[in-house]
Write a protein that binds this ligand. Structure first.
Ligand code: DQQ
Length: 541
């Protein structure tokens, strides 16, 4: 039991107890950031019939105050659960929520509107469900239980509202985002063709659709559409949050994406680790777009009952377009840095010869933020070495294999015990590809815990950089049972859940390591102990 308690996080969003899944309807309103979430308030497991909307508010998205639940099953259209949805701020400043009700009719999925009871309350404590609900029911080409998760609505050039609903076609595995339009947010008409669809993905959960500026880092309001933006469509399927980028016109209702979803590792992903059902919003206070995802537990149901809680939110991540216009970048919002306290830094260059490990002491390694940069000695192309294409992903992402590696594995060992019998390795490998080099970034949970009944994955992805010209940098946010790793300024992100038995509290250690055949140079390292955030520690109900 003690170990389970020590696996609880200190600066990640979660309710005090019981179950959390998807983030819902993030928004800023009258001085407060609001975050709602899928919640079973009665047990640390998903409920098939009574999911509600938990609700918390914050002024910095770091410290949160829990409020009463915002939406609970109460009417014929949502009596079996209030599932995911989104908020839209209307032009007059009033927020409105669209969510998925599981209705009295065998849990058919319908779309429901909810409005604040009192718009002068900045905390938006009470929500009402007008009598005209539901406002959408599944169309005939979609199964009754594959029609859910309305996006935030946006306004087209003609002034009409648009919204997407995640769906799947009847009798096929074709996933789609169905478009609805409305003049008044009450009467919604289905547009004849989906905004996007892909064969073979299965149901699209929690779609998200928003513009991203191609001229800078600043975010834009969801209804903005002009020559300086491209649109991102995200869908959650196959256990991953995948996205495509393209050009959208509200006049023709055409979204031409650069490529299609394939339901393979070729799809662009927000995060290559444990991460699902994310939702973004435009923060008008700081003109940025921020995204949150749900991180499920990867221990057992029995462990969840021992802990008394299950499910986390990632840190809020700012997202923007990279300079190529083809990929998103992500980075924890700057407010997270306010939790940084005691620090250690190394500015000299250190060479890490093969087989070396070096402890970063002087910080609380179980609750830390660390940034490290590596430089590789001159790389000469050696055609004798295996090409990346000759090495399968399982080998590439394996912490204990250096097959085909010019450099690596090298990186950090987080939440490690002093004998290294427990360690989560966040590492890089450099391999030859054609006339150049490819870099992979991985997070290996393989040796993360001596405990059994825990899923221990090896997550990995290609980092699109040329190691001959760019440094390899890594930022890891370590919080007891979660490690969020950001490669090269946020080009690739991997989230891991781990449940150490020895590497807990003061016993947890942090190391830099190089197991590769060739030495690598660490050019900088800065690490901080992180303070506890106030996360929903107030409730009495
Ligand atoms: N979670 C919700 C659904 C959504 C799924 C139910 C995604 O609305 O499709 O809790 O995790």
């Amino acid at each position: 039991l003690q170990t389970a308690v020590l696996n609880r996080t200190s600066f990640h969003f979660q309710p005090q107890r019981n179950w959390l899944n998807d983030p819902n309807a993030p928004m800023y309103y009258k001085g407060f950031y609001h975050l709602f979430y899928q919640n079973n308030p009665l047990a640390p497991e998903f409920s098939r019939t009574r999911i509600i909307w938990g609700h918390s508010v914050s002024q910095d998205m770091v410290n949160w105050i829990q409020l009463e639940p915002a939406l609970v099953p109460s009417e014929s259209f949502d009596i079996n659960s209030c599932w995911s949805g989104s908020a839209t701020i209307l032009p007059d400043g009033r927020p409105v929520i669209l969510y998925t009700g599981l209705d009295v009719n065998n849990k058919q999925q319908v779309t429901v509107v909810a409005e604040p009871k009192d718009v002068s309350d900045p905390l938006l404590r009470e929500w009402v469900k007008p009598k005209y609900n539901p406002v959408m029911v599944p169309p005939s080409n979609v199964p009754f239980n594959c029609f859910r998760d309305p996006t935030e609505a946006w306004k087209g050039q003609d002034g009409k509202w648009r919204v997407l609903i995640g769906a799947k076609e009847k009798d096929t595995e074709k996933g789609m985002a169905i478009l609805y339009r409305s003049d008044d947010f009450v009467q919604w008409t289905k547009y004849p063709v989906p905004l996007l669809e892909s064969e073979g993905t299965g149901m699209w959960e929690c779609p998200d659709f928003f513009p991203v500026s191609i001229t800078g880092k600043e975010g834009v309001d969801t209804s903005v559409n002009n020559a300086s933006v491209r649109h991102v469509l995200k869908a959650s399927f196959g256990g991953n949050d995948c996205y495509v980028i393209g050009k959208y016109s509200s006049e023709t209702e055409d979204f031409s994406a650069d490529y299609e979803f394939t339901n393979t590792s070729a799809d662009l992903r927000y995060d290559h680790g444990t991460f699902y059902a994310s939702k973004a919003f435009f923060d008008s206070v700081k003109n940025r777009r921020i995204n949150w995802g749900w991180v499920i537990e990867t221990d057992s149901k029995e462990d969840d009952f021992k802990k008394g809680w299950a499910g986390l939110m990632t840190l809020p991540r700012e997202i923007w377009m990279d300079t190529s216009g083809k990929k998103l970048m992500q980075w924890p919002i700057e407010e997270i840095n306010n939790l940084r306290t005691k620090s250690v830094s190394l500015d000299d260059c250190y060479e890490f010869k093969t087989g070396s490990t070096f402890e970063i002491s002087g910080i609380t390694a179980a609750q830390a933020d660390v940034e490290v940069t590596f430089n590789l000695p001159f790389l000469e192309n050696n055609p004798e070495i295996l090409d990346a294409d000759q090495v399968d992903d399982a080998t590439l992402f394996d912490r204990d294999s250096s097959v085909g590696c010019v450099y690596g594995p090298f990186g950090l060992l987080a939440l490690a015990s002093s004998d290294l019998s427990e360690q989560t390795a966040i590492f890089f490998k450099v391999i030859r590809r054609g006339n150049g080099y490819a870099v992979v970034m991985c997070s290996s949970e393989k040796r993360s815990s001596l405990r059994d009944n825990i899923k221990k994955s090896s997550h990995g992805a290609f980092l699109d950089i040329d190691p001959r010209h760019e440094k390899i940098s890594l930022r890891c946010l370590i919080d007891h049972s979660i490690i969020e790793s950001y490669g090269v300024g946020g080009k690739t992100v991997i989230t891991s859940r781990v449940y150490p038995k020895l590497a807990i509290g003061e016993a947890a250690k942090l190391y830099v390591f190089n197991d590769g055949e060739n030495g690598v140079i660490m050019t900088s390292l800065e690490a901080w102990s992180m303070r506890n955030a106030q996360i929903n520690s107030n409730p009495t109900y």
